[in-house]
Design a protein around this ligand. Sequence first.
Ligand SMILES: N[C@@H](CCC(=O)N[C@@H](CS)C(=O)NCC(=O)O)C(=O)O
Length: 280
Amino acid sequence: MEIISENKAFGGRHIRYRHHSEMTHCEMTFAVFLPPFASKDNPVPVLYWLSGLTCTDENFMQKAGAMKWAADLGLAIVAPDTSPRGDNVPDDENGDYDFGLGAGFYVDASEAPWQQHYQMYSYVTEELPALIETALPVTRERAISGHSMGGHGALVIGLRQPNRFVSVSAFSPIANPMSCPWGEKALSAYLGDDKSKWQQYDASWLISQKQHTIPVLIEQGTSDQFLKEQLKPERLLNAAQQSDTPITLNMHEGYDHSYFFIATFIRSHLEFHASHLGIL
Ligand SMILES: N[C@@H](CCC(=O)N[C@@H](CS)C(=O)NCC(=O)O)C(=O)O
């Protein structure tokens, strides 16, 4: 692991790292915020943050205003990149922003030419936590959150791995990727045409099955430009009703899809996770 940059922030440290990933077969970048007093003798729990389309590890750390609250709570934050990167990594043939680079959708691709590098599910759930828990002063207590494509990733991971993550939250998630344009484009290319393989990457389907319960908190703005065509949070509510699974979906009048919305409500999500991680 190589340090790209390190900055003191809110009494803690914001550090960007670069490392070679065995799973994505390329160099990956991620960012960490370590709160004040985090040390080998005082390890802290971790919130994983998964960002949305076009993002890198930098958007959340710079725009969400999360570090102040994480410093107060004694919570580390890890923000991975949104896809593999590099000259050898294939991208959308038209250079569209909603697929390929910056748009890994947190799946393990099975189809050529994507499968060699686009293994973001395994990278985020296995390789990255193992690396972080070996190298940094953190515990194995983990929570996960994300935005849009990353909200989809966080929900899918939390619902599938409740023994590895204690709580899950999302801002403006792609709630039912099996039936929206962004999701259909990505899942068909990364996973092929067999829609039974898509189900494991669809939060609404996973909730409808009620395989597990994990605390779930979701925020959504009513003026989000992607709400009706892409995000469809009502599908999560329908699935939760159908399977009698408790989830909380808060709708907020007038907020859009941007980080201004995330910054407005991020504190309540950090506190939600801190309470389930046992530090609040
Ligand atoms: N074409 C737009 C749509 C993509 C978009 O809205 N991305 C969201 C996530 S789905 C985002 O977080 N963008 C980066 C940012 O606001 O910092 C763009 O490139 O910004």
